[in-house]
Ligand binder design. Structure first.
Ligand code: ATP
Length: 348
């Protein structure tokens, strides 16, 4: 079992703060995803847990034991990186076996362990090939098998799918999800891809500039983003956000008039998701000229511009109109999200 506790950990380089006050308990067998834009501190957080980077402050506990001063090799964590660094002169079998040799595992059980790990990632037929004779996806699976074979208490995965093409990403993602279920190992997974985060995670941690913005299940984060940054980061397309003025319960911006909201007067950002809105004949809260239309196959995405922002609604796939024509968009009041324009914090 492995419960990980991060007690207000931080990383500084001189006056630059890479990670600030990260405080979280990760449950045994949990699949936790760290999500955020490039440079937000995801990898640094992971490297501190692995012991590849010293924490400037705070405590890292694995099963209640403080590991800050413990060598990486003694922490019983296995890492899988985006660049999978296989040994080019060793075949797949030897690559997977390597961690067992290094750790002094009884040679009599190597074969059984290597075969079990390679079967899990469906590499049984490739054991004699060298890395150069494999596809990118197969190489990534060797890296996974090499982590699995160690039977660690914790998996740390840093963008393990980022070098794969779109199709392979989807199938390897499914494989990782299945493996994590089968192996029941605490997993921390870093990505900047929100779809990966939403599909894999028990809980997602969203970070921005070293600071945790929200921790929650994918559904919680999707339904109730804590601030405008989280709202703009989750969902495909991202949540529509419009700046405007709230007065007497009515939100107004150019082309937009939404009565019946409960929020104090002032400058606010109003949000809603494309899938929570409808194109109507007349009387929607947004009435604006069509800026662009995209056929998605199962729907037509209709977009207008409000202020500088693109605001999109998913219309029926048979919907047809001309660019420049006025479209009326209706959103049920319960689907609106309200954020303070200055701080971005959720206010309704
Ligand atoms: P990416 O998705 O691009 O990998 P990330 O969220 O993993 O980004 P980190 O690699 O954790 O980001 O970096 C966090 C911040 O710390 C970045 O601004 C980075 O430039 C900075 N940083 C990382 N390593 C060092 C270092 N050794 N010295 C100074 N600053 C560093």
């Amino acid at each position: 079992m492995a419960e990980i506790q991060l007690r207000n950990i931080g990383k500084r380089w001189g006056s630059f703060i890479g990670v600030d006050n990260f405080d979280l308990k990760i449950a045994d067998k949990e699949f936790l995803v760290l999500l955020g834009p490039s440079g937000c501190g995801k990898t640094t957080t992971m490297r501190m847990i692995a012991g590849l980077e010293d924490a400037s402050e705070g405590d890292i506990l694995i099963d209640g034991l403080r590991v800050n001063e413990m060598e990486p090799k003694d922490r019983d964590v296995a890492m899988v990186f985006q660049s999978y660094a296989l040994y080019p002169n060793m075949n797949v079998y030897e690559n997977i076996r390597f961690p067992l040799k290094v750790r002094g595992v009884d040679p009599n059980i190597h074969d059984e362990k290597v075969r079990r790990a390679s079967a899990m990632v469906e590499l049984d037929d490739f054991l004699h090939r060298k890395p150069a004779e494999l596809s990118g996806g197969q190489r990534q699976r060797v890296a996974l098998a090499r982590a699995i074979v160690r039977e660690p208490n914790v998996f740390l995965m840093d963008e393990p799918l980022s070098n794969l093409d779109a199709k392979l990403r989807v199938s390897t993602r499914a494989q990782i999800k299945n493996l994590s279920h089968e192996l029941a190992v605490t997993t921390i997974y870093v990505t900047h891809d929100q779809i990966e985060a939403m599909t894999l995670a028990d809980r997602v941690v969203i970070m921005k500039q070293g600071v945790v913005q929200q921790v929650g299940s994918p559904v919680e984060i999707y339904d109730s983003p804590a601030n405008a940054f989280v709202a703009s980061f989750i969902g495909n397309p991202a949540m529509n956000l419009m700046d405007g003025d709230m007065s007497g319960g009515t939100f107004r911006a150019q082309h937009v008039d939404v009565p019946g909201l409960s929020a104090p007067d002032g400058k606010v950002t109003l949000g809603f998701r494309a899938e929570d809105a409808n194109v109507v004949e007349i009387g929607g809260q947004i009435n604006a000229p069509i800026y662009t239309m995209e056929l998605l196959g199962d729907a037509t995405m209709v977009s207008v511009r409000i202020g500088g922002a693109l605001v999109s609604v998913k219309a029926d796939k048979s919907y047809r109109a001309e660019i420049g024509e006025i479209v009326s968009i209706n959103v049920a009041p319960e689907h609106f999200h309200l954020f303070d324009q200055k701080s971005g914090a959720r206010i309704g």
